[in-house]
Design a protein around this ligand. Structure first.
Ligand code: NAD
Ligand code: UDP
Length: 350
């Protein structure tokens, strides 16, 4: 069985954790990343944690010739495609950058995959494709709609993957729709390293706890939720990483063979949620983090953030049924591991 995997964006937050999980599961990993939102130090730390150098190529997914060189040099079973830009606010300010990087970049990657007859892909999608959901928990057949260029770029790629699967039955394409990834590797060596002031809740809380930021603003306390603050499905990044291993294992069993003779058993387009199925409010997360870190986390209530929704949590049944995967780690685990990473690396990888 072929076990070599190209991991685009493998130097980033979710990619680094997934590289370790893939290595532990017996996969051979080649990382391809342009380091636009990550660092070589992250690659060094993966190598230290797995006890051997990781194969790393600095390159851009929009660079078809460079991708061709990589595909010519390796026999890949498939690709896990994390590479992308992810800041919602920046995407509103720079839509062309986001569509170019996330959509055109993915098209280039898919074209080169087709040239080399590598047709198995796991793609980083997002719960953002569900927009403001009509019903909770959100399952994979829920309506999709997005309001910002980042979300649109994810949805556009999903549509491209759907069309591709219809056009050619030998593709096996799994968009994993992540809910809210948080936490860090239990070693404290790898974690989320935002470039600037964090936009997301967990890194903001942890930077307040470590004293880098003064106060958390809680965006809205008048939502129709348990305590008026937003509710999200936080999922530990190492559980998420295991979800990628489970998706690849599924492809190993179900994707058509490379010869193309067995196309009837190909997976096609198979979107799967990766979440815990549980909602946690902003105030609950602040309380859990305060307990774990034993640090004060001052906060103030502020106006709702434009584009935010009240509640979002997954139905995780499909992942369990098809992939045999479910999230195992608790909110306390997520806070503990975030806090270990934050306190051991107050300036991230720098
Ligand atoms: P990240 O920014 O830490 O990792 C993305 C990596 O992709 C970075 O290392 C960056 O340098 C690289 N990259 C970006 N553009 C590239 C390009 N053109 N060519 C090569 N490399 C490129 O982000 P993350 O949190 O690890 O997210 C990984 C993926 O998951 C992204 O596609 C993101 O949109 C998606 N996602 C993330 C979240 C989240 O909350 N973190 C939620 C849902 C979906
Ligand atoms: N949030 C907040 N203060 C912050 C960042 C986020 O109150 O500084 C809230 C936000 O309004 C939402 C929840 O925390 O209700 C999760 O936000 P995040 O940006 O982490 O994830 P997303 O909105 O993408 O689900």
């Amino acid at each position: 069985m072929k076990n070599k995997i190209l991991v685009t964006g493998g130097a980033g937050y979710i990619g680094t954790h997934t590289c370790i999980a893939l290595h532990e599961a017996g996969y051979e990993v080649v990382v391809y990343d342009n380091l636009s939102n990550s660092s070589r130090e992250a690659i060094n730390r993966i190598s230290t944690l797995i006890g051997q150098p990781i194969d790393f190529i600095e390159g851009d997914i929009r660079d078809a010739n460079m991708l061709r060189e990589v595909f010519a040099a390796h026999q890949f079973f498939g690709v896990i495609h994390f590479a992308g830009l992810k800041a919602v606010g920046e995407s509103v300010a720079k839509p062309l950058l986001y569509y170019n990087n996330n959509v055109s970049g993915t098209i280039t990657l898919l074209q080169v995959m087709a040239e080399y007859d590598v047709k198995n892909l796991v793609f980083s999608s997002s719960a953002t494709v569900y927009g403001d959901p009509e019903t909770l928990p959100i399952d994979e057949v829920s309506a999709r709609s997005c309001t910002n260029p980042y979300g649109q770029s994810k949805l556009a790629v999903e549509h491209i993957l759907e069309d591709l699967a219809v056009s050619d039955a030998s593709w096996s394409l799994i968009p994993l729709r992540y809910f809210n990834p948080v936490g860090a590797h239990p070693s404290g060596q790898i974690g989320e390293d935002p470039n600037d002031i964090p936009n997301n809740l967990m890194p903001y809380i942890s930077q307040v706890a470590v004293g880098k930021l003064e106060m958390l603003s809680i965006f809205g306390n008048d939502y129709p939720t348990v305590d008026g603050t937003g509710v999200r499905d936080f999922i530990h990044v190492t559980d998420l990483a295991q979800g990628h291993v489970a998706a690849l294992n599924y492809l190993q069993q179900h994707a058509s063979s490379k010869s193309g003779s067995d196309t009837a058993s190909s997976v096609g387009f198979l979107p799967i949620n990766l979440g815990t199925g549980k909602g946690t409010s902003v105030l609950d997360l602040v309380a859990a983090f305060t307990k774990v870190s034993k640090q004060p986390i001052p906060y103030q209530f502020a106006a709702r953030r434009a584009g935010d929704i009240a509640s979002c949590y997954a139905s995780a049944d499909k992942a369990k049924e098809l992939l045999g995967w479910e999230a195992k780690l608790s909110i306390t685990d997520m806070c503990q591991d975030t806090w270990r990473w934050q306190s051991m690396n107050p300036n991230g990888y720098k």
